[in-house]
Design a protein around this ligand. Structure first.
Ligand SMILES: [Zn+2]
Length: 251
C-alpha cells in the first residue's frame, strides 16, 4: 500500500468519525416519526373513547344539593348557564374566591383569566347542562383555584389540572359526558397534527372529523383556524395516564 492510499484511508476514517460525533451531539428534537407515533397514540385513544361512549348512557335528571339538573338538555339562557356553573362548582364545598362571568361575542368559546370566566354566546343552544357542569369543574375548580395559588405554571400543567377536575362529574353519573370532552380534545389534536404534518396519516381532515361525531363542542372551522394560528396548542390537552399536577385542587 502506498503512502497516498494510506493517507486516503485515514482521511475517510477521520470523516467517518466526525460524522459519527456530529450525529451523537446533535440536540434531540421531535422528529417527524415522533409526530406519527403521537398521532397514532391519540388516534387509538380516540377510537377507544368512541367505543366506550357508544355503550354508555347519561342520566336525564340528577340532583345536586336539592337542585335538579337535566344533563342532556341544551342550555339556551345565560341565567341557566351561570346557575349550573355555580351549583356545580359549589357542590365540592371548597373555598372558592370570588370570580366574574362575562359574556362575549368574540374570542374563544370559554376562557378563564384573571378571576374572570369569559363565555362566548355561541355556546347557548350548543352545550347541554352536562357540558356546562364539565366547564364548571374545569374552569372554576381547575383554573380558578390553581391560578389563585400561582399563575406561573405552563399551559400543559394548567390544562392538565383542569382536565383532572373534570373527573368529578363521574360522581354524578356523567362519565359519558366527561369522556366526550376528552374525545373532543383528541379530535382537535389529531386535526392539529394533520395540519402541521400532512404525512402523519392518509386520512383527510374531514375524514378524521367525520369519524368521531360525538365530539361537537366546537365547529371544524374553529378547530382548524385556531390550530393554524397556534400550532400544537391542542396537544397540551392530551394525557394518556393520570398525573399529579402542582397547586391543583383535583390532584
Ligand atoms: Zn382550560
Amino acid at each position: 500500500m502506498t503512502y497516498q492510499q494510506l493517507g486516503f484511508i485515514l482521511v475517510l476514517i477521520v470523516i467517518f468519525i466526525c460524522i459519527f460525533i456530529y450525529c451523537q451531539c446533535k440536540p434531540v428534537t421531535l422528529q417527524r416519526t415522533d409526530y406519527k407515533d403521537l398521532w397514532h397514540k391519540i388516534f387509538a385513544l380516540a377510537t377507544t373513547l368512541k367505543k366506550e361512549i357508544g355503550s354508555m348512557q347519561t342520566a336525564n335528571q340528577i340532583e345536586i344539593n336539592s337542585h335538579i339538573i337535566y344533563p342532556t338538555k341544551l342550555v339556551y339562557s345565560t341565567y341557566e348557564f351561570e346557575n349550573i356553573i355555580r351549583i356545580t362548582s359549589n357542590a365540592k364545598k371548597v373555598n372558592i374566591k370570588p370570580y366574574k362571568i362575562v359574556w362575549t361575542t368574540k374570542g374563544s368559546m370559554v376562557e378563564y383569566r384573571d378571576n374572570t370566566l369569559y363565555i362566548h354566546n355561541k355556546v347557548l343552544g350548543l352545550y347541554t347542562q352536562g357540558d356546562v357542569m364539565i366547564l364548571a369543574v374545569h374552569e372554576i375548580l381547575g383554573h380558578h383555584i390553581q391560578e389563585n395559588i400561582t399563575t406561573s405554571h405552563p399551559m400543559n400543567i394548567k390544562e392538565g389540572c383542569a382536565m383532572q377536575c373534570e373527573h368529578f362529574v363521574k360522581e354524578w353519573g356523567l362519565e359519558r359526558v366527561q369522556k366526550k370532552w376528552v374525545l373532543m380534545r383528541c379530535v382537535r389534536a389529531l386535526i392539529d397534527l394533520k395540519i402541521h404534518h400532512d404525512d402523519v396519516t392518509s386520512l383527510s381532515i374531514i375524514e378524521i372529523w367525520d369519524m368521531f361525531p360525538t365530539s361537537r363542542m366546537f365547529t371544524l372551522d374553529q378547530i382548524v383556524n385556531h390550530s393554524k394560528k397556534y400550532p400544537y396548542v391542542w396537544t397540551n390537552y392530551i394525557y394518556f395516564e393520570k398525573k399529579n399536577f402542582p397547586d391543583c385542587f383535583c390532584t
